[in-house]
Design a protein around this ligand. Structure first.
Ligand SMILES: NC(=O)c1ccc[n+]([C@@H]2O[C@H](COP(=O)([O-])OP(=O)(O)OC[C@H]3O[C@@H](n4cnc5c(N)ncnc54)[C@H](OP(=O)(O)O)[C@@H]3O)[C@@H](O)[C@H]2O)c1
Length: 200
């Protein structure tokens, strides 16, 4: 398959790309890092990416900025960074991309454990993750051409443990191999409308 991985140079993305590259042809995208330019927060940028490139059989999004801040301090602008990037970025990716990807192709989005098990300072991140879970269940009722949409919701991953482990005391750490295998399984499966929670 020809697979577009948005955020393919990120902490999770590079492990997923390395795993998928064994069996598939991968193109990575991002604002600064990636083979092709994409800013998920900009609809024109999404449209341009699909118009300028070959047809993809699958699109994986492992990107999207959110702001962490105490609820009493988080501003409207901070909330809107997450909404524009991780939430509407992934929604627009599906709405625009459905017109370009191969019939029977798939979108695999990414959220995170904070949707279900938030910690302090994550109102901005938790609400965006939860919204995407609801979006995936609703969009499959209408999307055409047998296109599948799923979302993977990881817990804290091994390669981020050093940086963010102190914010998630007692949380199980997700091995990178398990994470990469899950993205691969979902892309290669016939699953649709699923929220895959990768944590116990
Ligand atoms: N790390 C974890 O433990 C963990 C756990 C659960 C969920 N998640 C979620 O998984 C996703 C990836 O996490 P990560 O730790 O791999 O993050 P990361 O290391 O910061 O990588 C993010 C990647 O996404 C790209 N990106 C960010 N904003 C973008 C935008 N607006 N348009 C296009 N590309 C964009 C970045 O490239 P450019 O800077 O070049 O754009 C980068 O390649 C995030 O949504 C995060 O919330 C992470």
């Amino acid at each position: 398959m020809k697979i577009l991985v948005i955020g393919g140079e990120g902490t999770i993305g590079k492990k997923v790309v390395s795993f998928l590259s064994k069996n598939h042809s991968i193109i990575t995208a991002g604002r600064k890092n990636g083979e092709i330019y994409l800013d998920l927060s900009n609809k024109d940028s999404i449209k341009q990416l699909f118009e300028n490139n070959i047809k993809f059989d699958a699109v994986i999004s492992i990107a999207g900025q959110v702001i962490w801040a105490p609820f009493n301090d988080i501003s409207q602008d901070d909330f809107y960074i997450g909404i524009k990037n991780k939430m509407m970025g992934q929604v627009n990716l599906v709405q625009i991309g459905q017109n370009y990807i191969t019939p029977g192709g798939s979108f695999t989005l990414t959220t995170g454990i904070l949707a279900d098990e938030p910690v302090k300072m994550t109102t901005g991140a938790a609400l965006v993750n939860g919204a995407i879970h609801s979006f995936v269940k609703a969009v499959i009722l209408e999307i055409k051409n047998n296109i599948r949409v799923n979302v993977i919701s990881p817990g804290l991953v091994k390669d981020s443990e050093e940086k963010y482990g102190h914010l998630f005391p007692g949380y199980n750490i997700i091995p990178m191999e398990k994470l990469a295998e899950t993205y691969s399984e979902i892309v290669e499966s016939d699953q649709n409308g699923q929220v895959i929670r990768l944590y116990d």
